[in-house]
Design a protein around this ligand. Structure first.
Ligand code: UDP
Length: 426
């Protein structure tokens, strides 16, 4: 049995937006420290997960990375489609705990630490049972963490005063460290490398034929959906902008902006009757409609992409920054509005779409205007140069001696120390 190396267990809660960063963290722990890493995946939709290449361990991780899919959990009894996706995630994770406990108890090479994401904190109890170190991985920004940790104790005004500045976020982190006694290890950006997959080849072939930085990529993350009226306005806005676009299309849902969060990608919906009459034909020369899911990292890294109309999920945001792509911020739910303010007002990496009235659909004229601002006007060029700085900062953070590298080393040292203490029986 291996005793000199640390073994880290990670728990990913349901949803691609949760799974993707946990897997990236796992790969970093393997490549950075040669740790053994096991990722436990809680999923509500095993069928479509099996279709993704995400769960295949990358060849260069050897036998150091294991990915274990926990058994399917039935949550149909908690109320059906009207139940919020958050309630579904929380219940699924909770009901997966006996399986996680059983998996960990069977392990001969017991993990030194358990890392859970935001929805996995119930599992920290299992870490205590097995004398494992505990970490919570927040795959978002420090501002979000600050709000999560501080809201019950200090009022909102104080949060704004203390944490609204960052680059990406040194002031937020400093304020957090001073306010809270929890050690914080800022890591990232954790962005998937471009993976060659058969899936998405048509999109890349189409992009190859477009001029440099001429295409707007439109996607609302793994779950985002729009109302029928909003889908129509977006279609009109794209058409009126007269710019090229790749649009990841989902059928509309009313009153549920996270409509497909738990139904994973790679599906397709052939009916396009929710689009304005004649839209696909009128825009076929300069627009590509992609049903349900696109290979986003590959798309964003393509030289033809000139902008990203995004819901501001944190993974999408980081993927845009590391690829130097200016954003149009169109937040839908959860912490996305906070991310959009940070990107637009603080960092200067995006412009934001605005509805004339809150809760109204964003109109076609506004959409036409922001798309042109990003792709055609000077504003897009200014944002691009700001993003270039952020991109360089991100590369420095990840390089040896950078802030992310150092945080990862600190965590690794804590794990190694814990292992030695356990081995010596003290
Ligand atoms: N994603 C993708 N193709 C799509 C939609 C999303 O590959 O068509 C990936 C995207 O690259 C990102 C993740 O799914 O890594 C979405 O995470 P994010 O935090 O942006 O948003 P969430 O889905 O959690 O709202």
């Amino acid at each position: 049995m291996e005793t000199t190396k640390s073994h880290i267990a990670l728990l990913a809660s349901p949803g691609m937006g949760h799974l993707i960063p946990v897997l990236e963290l796992a790969k970093h722990l393997v490549s950075h420290q040669s740790f053994k890493v096991t990722v436990f995946v809680v999923a509500t939709d095993h069928a479509s997960l099996a279709n993704t290449h995400l769960l295949q361990s990358p060849a260069d991780s050897g036998d150091l990375l294991d990915i274990v899919l926990l058994p399917f959990i039935d949550v149909s009894d908690i109320g059906g489609p009207s139940v919020s996706f958050i309630a579904t995630i929380v219940t699924t994770v909770l009901r997966s705990m006996p399986f996680l406990r059983s998996e960990i108890s069977k392990m001969e090479f017991r993990p030194t630490a358990l890392v859970v994401d935001l929805f996995g904190t119930d599992a920290l109890e299992i870490a205590d049972e097995y004398n494992m170190l505990k970490f919570v991985f927040i795959a978002s920004n420090a501002w979000f963490l600050a709000v999560m940790l501080c809201t019950p104790e200090i009022d909102r005004k104080e949060i704004d005063e203390h944490v609204k500045n960052h680059e990406l976020e040194p002031t937020t982190l400093k304020a957090l460290r001073e306010t809270k006694k929890v050690p914080i290890y800022p890591i990232g950006p954790l962005v998937r490398p471009i993976e060659k997959s058969v899936f998405g080849n048509e999109i890349l072939a189409w992009l190859n034929k477009q001029p440099k930085q001429s295409v707007i990529y439109v996607s609302f993350g793994s779950g985002g959906t729009l109302s029928a009226q909003q889908v129509k306005e977006l279609a009109w806005g794209l058409e009126l902008s007269q710019q090229r676009f790749v649009w990841v299309l989902r059928p509309p849902t009313e009153n549920d902006a996270a409509g497909t969060f738990l139904a994973l990608g790679n599906g397709s919906d052939a009916t396009l009757d929710y689009l304005p009459d004649g839209f696909p034909a009128r825009t076929q020369d300069r627009g590509l409609l992609v049903p349900m899911w696109a290979p986003q990292v590959e798309v964003l890294s393509h030289p033809s992409i000139g902008g990203f109309l995004t819901h501001c999920g944190w993974n999408s945001t980081m993927e845009s920054i590391v690829n130097g792509v200016p954003m149009i911020a169109w937040p839908l739910y959860a912490e996305q509005k906070m991310n959009a303010s940070m990107l637009t007002e603080d960092i200067g990496a995006s412009i934001r779409v605005m509805a004339v009235e809150s809760d109204a659909a964003v109109g076609r004229e506004e959409i036409r205007s922001v798309v042109r601002k990003i792709l055609v006007d000077r504003q897009g060029r200014n944002i691009r140069s700001r993003i270039k700085e952020l991109k360089d900062n991100a590369a420095n953070a990840l390089a040896k001696g950078g802030s992310s590298y150092n945080s990862m080393s600190q965590v690794a040292n804590i794990c190694i120390q814990h292992l030695k203490t356990k081995a010596s029986g003290s």
